[in-house]
Design a binder for this molecule. Structure first.
Ligand SMILES: C[S@@+](CC[C@H](N)C(=O)[O-])C[C@H]1O[C@@H](n2cnc3c(N)ncnc32)[C@H](O)[C@@H]1O
Length: 239
């Protein structure tokens, strides 16, 4: 078992007494979408991201993980899986000192993403055969210091299918990390509590010095998502 560190409670600069925006269910809008919209409009991280020019509330999750675990250092090379709209890359680029002249971050998503300076973006499905090589080529064929994955597939509503999709994505990301990380490297990935993580964890424990789970406070408490951090990648034996 890996201990999950809960990184604290409420996010906001606003108090609970602040006025909440209520969204009326309109004709044609499903109740789920109405609740999502209402939650977005009342979410202090969404407001903060907008005010601070960050592209997503997810940016605060990686910021918190970095503040706590000191993930990013100058000169590191990073691959960002499931990068759009770009919050994680946006946070990481200045911290590693990535520039357009010397890009240190390769990011991928099948959705579009607006340009971030210092980030080479591939609009492609990470599960495509050529994607892993394209990412490494984008970084000049060098080994990578951090593979970070915030990938999540759109849910189908069918529990078993959604579950398999989530597990498959994180396993592919872990497999990629094991192939491309430099010794000492780090793998950070979104996982979901209650997932069949046993095999994944034992794989990571074989390849990394330490593994832990962390739940940043920017991650909604009601969400089953948590972040797995594996550090100290062990050098691969050469054949
Ligand atoms: C939670 S969002 C990422 C947010 C991002 N970390 C940020 O800070 O802006 C998850 C992303 O994973 C992407 N994704 C899911 N499956 C993918 C796949 N197979 N290949 C590429 N991207 C994928 C989705 O398109 C989505 O943009």
């Amino acid at each position: 078992m890996v201990k999950t560190t809960n990184m604290g409670g409420g996010a906001g600069r606003r108090s609970d007494r602040d006025l909440k925006v209520r969204v009326k269910t309109s004709k044609g809008r499903k109740i789920g979408s109405t609740l999502w919209l209402q939650r977005q409009l009342n979410d202090p991280y969404v407001a903060r991201a907008k005010a601070e020019g960050l592209r997503s509330r997810a940016a605060y999750k990686i910021k918190e993980l970095d503040e706590r675990y000191k993930l990013f250092k100058k000169g590191q090379r990073i691959v960002d899986l499931g990068a759009a709209p770009g919050g994680w890359s946006q946070v990481a680029a200045p911290l590693v000192g990535s520039t357009d002249a010397n890009p240190l971050i390769a990011a991928i998503d099948f959705l579009e993403m607006d340009k971030i300076s210092g980030v080479v973006f591939l609009q492609q499905d990470f599960t495509d055969d050529g994607a892993p090589k394209a990412l490494i080529d984008a970084l000049g064929g060098h080994k990578v210091d951090i593979v970070m994955s915030d990938m999540a597939s759109p849910t189908t509503g069918h529990r078993a299918t959604d579950h398999i999709r989530i597990i498959t994505l994180v396993e592919l990301a872990a497999d990629f990390a094991i192939n491309v990380l430099a010794p000492g490297g780090t793998f950070v990935a979104k996982v979901f509590q209650g997932g069949t993580e046993h095999e994944l964890l034992s794989l990571l424990k074989r390849h990394f010095a330490t593994t832990l789970h962390a739940k940043p406070k920017a991650s909604r408490q009601e969400s089953a998502e948590t972040y797995l951090i594996a550090r100290g990648f062990k050098a691969q034996p050469t054949d």
